[in-house]
Design a protein around this ligand. Structure first.
Ligand code: ATP
Length: 132
């Protein structure tokens, strides 16, 4: 069967590098899918859930946003942070969610609201992968 090479890269490490059959990625303008033979593509990602199919299974990965580059039969995801679902620390994500919610709800003028909203979106996306 034709396959795709999926690499998920963050500044610290290669989070994932494997042959897969399909990738579903959280594009800024909605989810998009990549099959082998896809046209070249560069797309911005939002904080959310990426999934890939391999060996008859669907696997989930948190990505913090970033970029997806599709070229030939290779998909490269560049993200500030990314974790496979089974590597997510959900207690930490719950704490991050609470902190971000307090910041978003606070009226304090020294809060960077955009940054707080991004942190909130990361926490919500991580928590949505519980059980996956
Ligand atoms: P926190 O406030 O808990 O650090 P964050 O969303 O600000 O959350 P990031 O900036 O996305 O964190 O990530 C910083 C580093 O910590 C990255 O290496 C990321 O993979 C890791 N990380 C953050 N949250 C988690 C989590 N809940 N489970 C596993 N790794 C995490």
């Amino acid at each position: 069967m034709a396959s795709l090479r999926l690499d998920i890269v963050t500044p610290d490490k290669l989070v994932l590098g494997r042959e897969v059959d399909y990738v579903g990625a959280p594009g800024l303008e909605g989810e998009f899918g990549v099959l082998p033979g896809h046209i070249p593509l560069l797309a911005a990602l939002t904080a959310g859930r990426l999934f890939y199919k391999a060996d008859g299974r669907t696997n989930w990965v948190f990505v913090s946003g970033g970029f997806a580059e599709v070229s030939g039969d290779k998909v490269t995801i560049l993200a500030e942070s990314a974790e496979e679902a089974d590597k997510i620390d959900f207690d930490r994500a719950e704490q991050a969610l609470r902190r971000a919610q307090e910041r978003v709800e606070s009226k304090a003028s020294d809060i960077d609201m955009y940054r707080a909203q991004l942190a909130l979106a990361r926490a919500v996306a991580r928590l949505s992968l519980r059980g996956r």
